[in-house]
Every structure is written in C-alpha cells, then in structure tokens.
Ligand binder design. Structure first.
Ligand code: PLP
Length: 381
C-alpha cells in the first residue's frame, strides 16, 4: 500500500474552457491571502464604527488561528465565544451576553461547508451596528444557485487546502457601496504581470498537481522534515494584492471546481448506522444538503480515546483523516495572550476539539477506501 490520500485539494488548471463567473453579483477585492482579506474586512468594520475606542470582534473559540492574526493586525480585540454543544456553531446566548457598543464585527465561520446560523446572527449584528463577516475560507458554493451568502462581507481564500486552491491569495465579496469604500488598499497595488512571474507560478502549480496524487503524496509524507497539518499561529505582516497569475485563473478554476465529484453521499451512508450511538455525524445533525460542497466530512467520535485510535488506524491505511486544530484558540502554539472579558473557559469547544474527525471528500477517496474506513469504524466502535 504505497498511497496516502491528501486531506483536501483540487488540481490547478490552466485550460481556459467554458467559464463560470466568480460571483458576478458581488464586488470583489483581492488580497494576498484569506487572512489578509479578513484583516481588511475588520479594518473596514472598524472604519465604519470609527467612534469606538477599543473595538472588539466576536469569533468562535474553536477556529483557525489566522482569525487571531487578522484581529491583531487590524487592532481589534478578539472575544472568543464557546460553541453550542456538539456543533461547530457559536453559542447564540453567549453572543448576546458579549454584544455591546464596542463590538464592530461578528466573524461567522463557515466550518468545512456548514454555514453558521446567519439568519439568527444578522439581526444581532444589525442591532449593534456591527458588520457580519461571513468567513467562507473553508467553503465555496458550487454554483450561484447554491449561493447562500448572507454576511455583509464574505471572505474567500485561494490558499493551499482551501476549496478553490490556487496556492495563494484571498479576497472579499461584498455588495454594499459603503463597505467597498471602507476597504483598505493593499500595499503593492502595482503588482504587474510579468512573463517570469507567470512562468514561476505555472511551475509551482505543476509541482503541486503532481504531488497531490496519492503515490507522490505518500512519498512526500515519508520525508522526515515534512510535517503537514500542524496548527501554529503566524503573525500577519501586511496587506498585499492578489498576485496576477492567480487573478487570471480564478474564473476557469471555479468552473472546474463546480464540476468536481465529491464522496459526501457515500460517507453519509457509511456513518448512518453509527449516528447518535458512537458518533455524531455533523452533516446529518446540521441537515446539510449532501449535494452542497464539503471541504472535508466532519464527525465527532463520542469517546476521545477512540477518536485517536481511529485516526491512527486510518492514517496507517493512508486514508487522509485529520483531527484539525485539536484544541481551542487560546491553547494553540505561539498564540498571543487574548484578553478575556469572560471566564476564558470554552468547555464545549474543548470537547468538540477532542472528538473531531474529518474525512476527505474529493474523488481520490475511492469507494474501496471508504470500505477500508468502514472496517476500521467497525473494529473500534
Ligand atoms: C476560517 C478561516 N479563515 C481564514 C483563513 C485564512 O486563510 P489563508 O490561509 O488564505 O490565509 C483560514 C485558513 O485556514 C480559515 O480556516
């Protein structure tokens, strides 16, 4: 068995076939990464509520540490909200207790394809004149008809491991003219297209495409100095613009993305007998439509020790399962001190982190691999 399934990822294409426009109804502002796009959104939210002296943003206690990098860069205090039990969603009651005039934004993270409860968050944000930022770095609707964006600002990422991975870049989608005018420019607005930069990008993309196949990915994982998936805090140094080679290929890569085959239904069927007894199928629990995009398929194994056993056994079998960040934001390596107005305890988020497993959904996860996973689940559950 010399194969290892990559956790996520599409191939980057340069073939300019039929194009599906990338959300033509929205204004698009490109930045160097999703983190930068989020920082720009927070700066815009700050500018729109400029009377606030020490601005705060509400965000989930279990999330990517890049959310903290963006807050620190934007000079906004992050206020962490514990999750609702057995869910990736922020506890709405806790949000209500934390909302005050200093809150300039609520960051609603779309978790691997499961949107936050935007209908409930919208009126709360509106009541406090806060901007509702829909962080969609981990998700993208496959088509306009799946488009369920409801935030004032939507964050996209084109980084590695993201739905539409083009190796780098990020962006903001918004409709409001007021927000559009409040967005900060990136430092190097003058990034111009050169033949050399295009060639360099093509070379990188080609290597990436080759390495993401199961056999090369297996070899890559055997290298002692390569560690995938470690969660660390990275300081954001500045805002740059979306590189030209990436900008040029978004539309037709989005077209290719919209045609990608996913294994959502097969994984749903696999988990069906175990749901509510030994595990919580988060897709089933959130009534998420199976034909909608999922970056990975998330579930919670009721017993954390069993989660770890399943993770290890599936990794031995090269199945590409991951436990994601493993802990809450305050416990992530190198994270700066997050001043807390509340208890600084996030029991539901901790419990969620200790039991989460995510399964690759892309087409290199073959039906045969799903059967191997089924044997592992049957052994441990
Ligand atoms: C929810 C969320 N927002 C923002 C980001 C940052 O995106 P990028 O990696 O493009 O900086 C990430 C990264 O994983 C993320 O998961």
């Amino acid at each position: 068995m010399f194969r290892q399934i990559r956790p996520v990822g599409n191939k980057i294409t340069f073939s300019n076939k039929a194009t599906t426009s990338f959300f033509p109804d929205y204004h698009f502002a490109g930045y160097g990464s999703g983190t930068q796009a989020l920082a720009a959104a927070l700066l815009a939210a700050k500018a729109l509520k400029s009377s606030v002296q020490s601005p705060k943003a509400l965000l989930p206690a279990y999330a990517c540490p890049d959310l903290i990098s963006a807050c620190v860069f934007a000079g906004v205090q992050p206020v962490l909200i514990d999750l609702s039990p057995d869910s990736p969603w922020m506890d709405l009651n806790l949000i209500q207790t934390q909302l005050d005039e200093r809150v300039i934004a609520i960051v609603a993270v779309n978790f691997l394809g499961i949107p936050e409860r935007m209908e409930a968050l919208k009126p709360l944000a509106l009541k406090h004149s806060a901007v509702l930022i829909e962080d969609s770095a981990q998700s993208l609707p496959k088509s306009g008809s799946d488009a369920v964006f409801q935030g004032d600002i939507i964050i996209c990422s084109f980084g590695r491991g993201k739905p539409l991975s083009l190796l780098e870049g990020g962006g903001i989608l918004c409709k409001s003219e007021k927000i559009k005018l409040a967005l900060p420019p990136s430092d190097n607005q003058t990034d111009t297209q050169t033949t050399l930069s295009s060639l360099k990008y093509r070379f990188k993309a080609h290597i990436f495409n080759c390495l993401s196949r199961p056999f090369p990915f297996y070899l890559l994982n055997k290298l002692p100095f390569i560690h995938f998936g470690g969660t660390r805090y990275k300081k954001l140094e500045g805002l740059t613009t979306l590189p030209f080679p990436v900008k040029n290929i978004i539309h037709f890569n989005y077209h290719a993305f919209s045609k990608n085959v996913q294994r959502n239904q097969a994984i749903f069927d696999l988990l069906y007998p175990f749901h509510n007894k030994q595990l919580v199928d988060l897709i089933r629990k959130s009534s998420h439509p199976l034909h909608h995009f999922l970056l990975r398929y998330p579930l919670l194994i009721n017993d954390p020790a069993t989660r770890n056993d399943i993770l290890e056994a599936s990794n031995q079998a090269g199945l590409g399962l991951t436990a994601m960040y493993q802990t809450t934001l305050p416990n992530i390596e190198n994270i700066p001190d997050i001043p807390s107005d509340s208890s600084n305890e996030y029991p539901n988020a901790e419990h969620f982190a200790s039991r989460l497993l995510t399964i690759p959904t892309h087409s290199d996860m073959r039906i045969k691999d799903i059967k191997t996973l089924s044997s592992i689940l049957n052994k441990y559950l």
